[in-house]
Every structure is written in C-alpha cells, then in structure tokens.
Design a protein around this ligand. Structure first.
Ligand code: TXE
Length: 480
C-alpha cells in the first residue's frame, strides 16, 4: 500500500516519485510505503494553502465549524479502522488506540469547532477618550509538525485549532507513523473540506520538516517532538520572526507521600510510567516516594509493572505493545545498560520478552522495567528515555522532593499523590512544570493551557491559548 500526500484537496504522488518503507513495529516488517516528500511538495502545498486562505478565513465561523464537525463525525464512524491502523503503525495496544487516541482526535475537532462559536475578544475603554477593541485575525499558512507517539491525536490537536480560527495549514506527520494521517486525508476529502485548507506532506523531518520551518510564506509553526529537533526548528524560525510553539520532551516526576491512598497511587503511577510503553511526553518516569512507605510501595509498584500484559498490539487484552521503532528500542536498552553502570538495581524487566507470539517474533518489544538505587542527578534520572522504564527514589521531606523534582532540564508535567491538600497546593506552586496533576494523571480538559517549562517547551496550546497562538491580535483604537 502507498501513502501519498494530500495537497490541494487531492491525494498526490511525491515530486521525487520515491517512497520510504513503513515498518510495523510489532513484526519489524515493511507493511506499506510512504511518500518521500521534499521541498517541492512543500512549495506545492504552500501555494494551495495560500490560494485557499482568502475564502476559508472569510467563511462564517458556523460554516467552518460545520465542516470540522463533519470531520469529527467521520472519525467516529471510521474509529475501528483508524484504531487498527494506528495500532499496526505505532505498535500500541489496539485497546489504547480505541479508547484514547481515536476518540480524542474526534474530540479535538469538536472542541475547537464549537469554541469558535463562543469566543469573544476584549474591549478596553481609555478614560473617556477612546474605545479599544481587539481584532483577532487568522495568521495565514501554518506549519504543523507532529510526532509518532500519538499520531492522530497530536496531528488533530494542531489541525483543529489552526483551521477553526481561519488559518490554512501544511501538516507533516512523523515518517515513522504516517498511516492515520493518510486515512485522515481521505476523511477530510469526504467531509468536503475545501481544497488547500489542509495539506498533508509526508516524508523525512530533515527534508519536509526543515522545508516547512524554512518556508518564508509559513508564518506560524507548531511543533511537537524531541528537544534536539525543537532546537533546530527554533534556530531556523528565529531570524524569520515566525511565531513558534514547541512541545518537546519530559522527565516527569510522580511524587508519592505516605498519606496517599496506596491502592490508587500504585495503579495511577504504574499507568503514568508505562502507558504506551512510556512513549508519552507526559509519562511519569521518575517516581519519588516518602521514605516511610518506600519499601512497600516499591514492592507493589514492581509487582504491578511485571503483571502488565506485554503482547501482540492487535490482541484486545494486550496492555503493552511494541515500541515504535528499532531506534527507540535501542535507546531504551542503552539507558537500562547505563542504569546498571550507574549502580541501579533492576527489580523487573531490564530485557526483551522471550516470546510474544509467532507473528511478533521480530517486533520491538521491551518489558516494563523498574529500577531503584540510582541517584537523583545521574543521567538515567535526568535524560528522557521515552521507553517503559521507571526509577523509584526515596525522599525525606517536602523541600527535598521539590528539589529532586526540579533536578532536570525538563519541565512538562508532574503528579503529586497526597491527602494533604495544602501541601499539594504548595508543591504545585514550586514544581517547575507546565502541568501539575494532584491525585490523578493524564486527565486532559481541552480548555486548559498545555505545554512545558524549561527545555520541555515554549508557548502553550489548548483552549484560549490556542486561540492566542493561531490568531494575530490587532488593537483597534477608536477616539470618542
Ligand atoms: O523525534 P523528532 P524522534 C523525544 C523522545 C525521542 C526523541 C527523538 O525522547 O526519543 O524525542 O525522537 C520532524 N525540522 N520525543 O527523533 O525527530 C519529524 O519528522 C523539522 C518526544 O523520532 O523530534 C517528526 O514529524 N521537523 C516527543 C517530528 O519532527 C523535523 C515525541 C518529531 O520527530 C526535523 C517524539 C527538522 N530538522 C519524540 N527533524 C513528545 N514531545 O511527545 C525531524 N522533524
């Protein structure tokens, strides 16, 4: 099967006529081909997006909303097909794709399609001499670069607000997981999205991604991916004064106080550590536990982690599938070796499973791995692994755990488990991260600001922040 670009309302071949192999991570085998796009394809897409902008941006909000709602309905109608495609493409359990990724993609569309029917802009009265109002106008052609861990979810997280607020866009899905974006192109066509409003160009980051960030007619870049890539994107965009939002990695702390509900915190923190094989930027990979319950917590956490069912992603009861790529598997193995060298004790996992099934014999599987006895400042506890690896570290008091939590260059998310609410609020203030969850994890309300501090990100998306990002505020001052 060939995955082609979606440009100017049509599925088209790449200018190069070349395709890249697309591998199914659970089997390690090539199962489709994806367009090997380049700057010429980006130019075609930008021309289409520019031509579509005038009409799309002037279309009444209700009309834009109607088309985006239709896209959401078609995602729901094709949810089974999309979930299966995402599971094959990404290696994640089909149950996760069904319950999280695909429904959330539809929600992203609905959220912003309805938001534009309700948003308002500001007015300011200046001492009886003037009345100011803020005109929020779409910014033009946006570049939307998304990663492989939640392919359709994160693509639509950018596409929905960009289009809802009247922009047109060039989206670039990860070359590692292009399939759901391809199916999404078909959905956009079937929903009657006018040609050129959204264009999807596939291919390598160094070619297509770089061409998008460097394109002078693309005014706005929303990027989610690794911090190293984010730095490249920022470097290219800075001299051109593009508006940029970067959502990058994390090394998120889970903080467990002795008064937390043990049952709930074990379930919650295991899920936080190993969801999607730890390949979610929000995963809690460093677990800090108050010393008085450390031994019991460690025992229960390791037991729960080793009970996770690792298996063929297409089996309905699989809880942990394959990692997305050989590179990601090797990165995980590298860090587990490093943990051993740094003096870590592996309580469970630390290797690939012996057998998953015949079909998945050559897949990129790795067991959920729990490590103790590592110092807070060692590399394993500071650098992002993005695999099914959690470390557990004891702490003595509030001040110490805040210091531990903040001891990385990242600052995306944290979760704090305690019954002591004043303490939870104190910690929330002091932890350097874009999100702090208290007694929960991965609860996502699409109205709240989303993004990271430090090397986890720049700018915020979500809710009103998305409106601010994807529109240009113009002050109109009327003398009275
Ligand atoms: O992501 P890349 P990679 C982290 C995770 C992972 C590491 C590297 O730790 O191990 O990053 O992953 C496009 N200009 N996260 O290398 O390359 C690329 O094609 C413009 C965390 O696989 O950052 C893809 O579409 N774009 C993260 C997107 O950037 C470029 C999710 C992200 O891929 C480009 C993924 C360039 N020069 C990885 N080079 C999260 N925050 O959730 C690549 N791209």
């Amino acid at each position: 099967m060939k995955i082609s670009h979606y440009i100017n309302g049509q599925l088209v071949e790449p200018s190069s006529d070349a395709y890249l192999d697309n591998i199914e991570p659970a089997t390690g085998k090539v199962y489709s081909q994806v367009a090997d796009g380049d700057a010429r394809d980006v130019d075609r897409a930008v021309a289409a997006a520019e031509a579509a902008f005038e009409r799309w941006s002037k279309m009444p909000a209700a009309a834009r909303s109607g088309i985006l709602m239709k896209i959401a309905d078609l995602i729901d109608a094709r949810a089974d097909e999309l979930a299966r495609a995402e599971s094959i493409d990404n290696g994640k359990p089909i149950s996760l794709a069904r319950t999280l990724d695909i429904p959330r993609a539809a929600k992203n569309l609905r959220h912003f399609a309805t938001a534009i029917l309700h948003t308002h802009t500001e007015t300011h009265v200046t001492d009886g001499v003037a009345l100011n109002y803020t005109l929020r106008q779409p910014r033009g052609v946006c570049g939307l670069i998304s990663p492989w861990n939640l392919p359709l979810y994160l693509l639509t997280w950018k596409v929905a607000p960009a289009l809802a607020f009247g922009n047109t866009a060039i989206a670039k899905p990860s070359e590692i997981t292009p399939m759901t974006a391809f199916l999404f192109s078909q959905i956009c066509i079937d929903a009657g999205l006018p040609p050129g409003v959204l264009n999807i160009v596939h291919g390598l980051g160094a070619k297509v991604g770089a061409a998008i960030t460097a394109h002078p007619k693309i005014t706005t870049i929303s990027f989610t991916g690794g911090t190293v890539t984010g730095r490249e994107v920022a470097k290219t965009c800075a001299p051109m004064f593009k508006k940029v939002a970067l959502e990058m990695g994390g090394k998120n702390p889970t903080i467990v106080f002795a008064d937390a509900d043990m049952e709930k915190v074990v379930a919650g923190s295991v899920q936080a550590a190993f969801a999607n094989s730890g390949q979610v930027c929000l995963c809690g990979s460093r677990v800090f536990v108050e010393r008085s319950i450390y031994d019991e917590f460690v025992r229960r956490f390791a037991e729960a982690a080793s009970r996770l069912r690792v298996g063929d992603p297409l089996e309905p009861d699989t809880q942990q599938g394959a990692m997305v790529s050989r590179a990601q598997l090797e990165k995980t193995m590298y860090y587990v070796d490093l943990a051993r060298q740094e003096g870590g004790r592996i309580l469970c996992g630390g290797e690939r499973p012996k057998a998953v099934n015949e079909r998945c014999r050559d897949g990129y599987f790795y067991l959920p791995t729990v490590i103790t006895d590592l110092g807070v400042s060692c590399r394993v506890n500071r650098e992002e692994i993005f695999g099914p690896v959690a470390t557990i570290i004891p702490f003595d008091d509030e001040a110490q755990v805040v210091e531990y939590a903040n001891a990385t260059d990242y600052g995306l998310a944290a979760s704090v488990w305690t019954q002591n609410l004043p303490r939870a609020h104190r910690l929330a203030e002091q932890i350097q991260s874009g999100t702090v969850w208290i007694n929960c994890w991965l609860v996502r309300d699409l109205r709240v600001p989303f993004g990271g501090m430090k090397q986890s990100g720049l700018g915020r998306e979500g809710g009103e922040e998305a409106m601010r990002f994807f529109t240009e505020p113009k002050n109109v001052c009327v003398g009275t």
